[in-house]
Design a protein around this ligand. Sequence first.
Ligand SMILES: O=C1C[C@@H](O)[C@H](O)[C@@H](O)C1=O
Length: 325
Amino acid sequence: MGVDLSGAGSGESGRGVTEDSPSPPHPPSGRAAPGIRFAGIGDEAAADLTGQLDALRRLGWTAIELRTVDGVAVADLDDRAFAAVADRIGAAGLDVVCVDSRIANWSRPITGPFEDDVRELRRLARRCATLGTRFVRVMSYPNSGLHEEEWGRRALDRMARLVRQAEQEGLVLLHENCSGWAGTRADRMRELIDRAGGPALRLLFDIGNGVPYGYDARALLDEIIDHVAHVHVKDARTGPDGQVRYTMPGDGESAVRSCLRALADHGYTGAWSIEPHTHLQPHQGQDTTGADGVAAFVRYGRCLERLVRQETLSDRAPAGGGRHG
Ligand SMILES: O=C1C[C@@H](O)[C@H](O)[C@@H](O)C1=O
């Protein structure tokens, strides 16, 4: 079937792919496989909502993941701006699959004010109801000088309280393998679930974060796959100069094909949401989406569609049916 399960990447995924490159035949609704739909984090295409919606429209996908609009986090938009965002997303026929919060993320160390996270979650509860999603992306607090044990104790305590709050608000927190106490280790992710979890805590698996954080994300996936409820598609490669560069999906060292295949084989349902990082790296304060962000995002999406249809799930029944079908 010609599938590269090594995940090493042919280096050719992005070659020759243009925004208008015809994809292999696929339903126009952005379905990757039965139960799996394509989505994208809108602000990786453009800061403004017009650009974000345009990118998804050009791809023909019906699902967006929201992080910021005009550079403002969803929780910080004023009520009028938020109402306009929600109306326009609805009018564009898009579903919101997840809101990416700053709760416990790289900008909020464990010694910072917990109240910021409680307040953000409270605000997002109302907003997620309006947007029609229950998923809120969180991390698990980077350390700032505490002993390892104390860091873990405080992170677990805070996360348990946030999970209880989410449950009361009807939300589900998705912990991302990124920054934080449980960000890079499967054993800690499982400990988080065992000790702080409940129905309101699941895992978000970002395929590309292993490269910048220096671990094997493909191996980590095997240990957490039962708990994965959402996926970011990202790929990266470390150059000879030690610099991490974000690549088209399949061209880096993240074993994108193998990860997607493992998820599909495991019966994963939900979104495969692109987070290219080629033009926006929020944690590095780098944003060049203004140049050709929408076109680049669309190229990335087309590249992923091709990778999935031709190299990853080529032996599967075509996608179809249902809202998540
Ligand atoms: O701000 C962020 C930093 C990224 O590296 C991470 O994967 C991502 O999801 C995010 O929101």
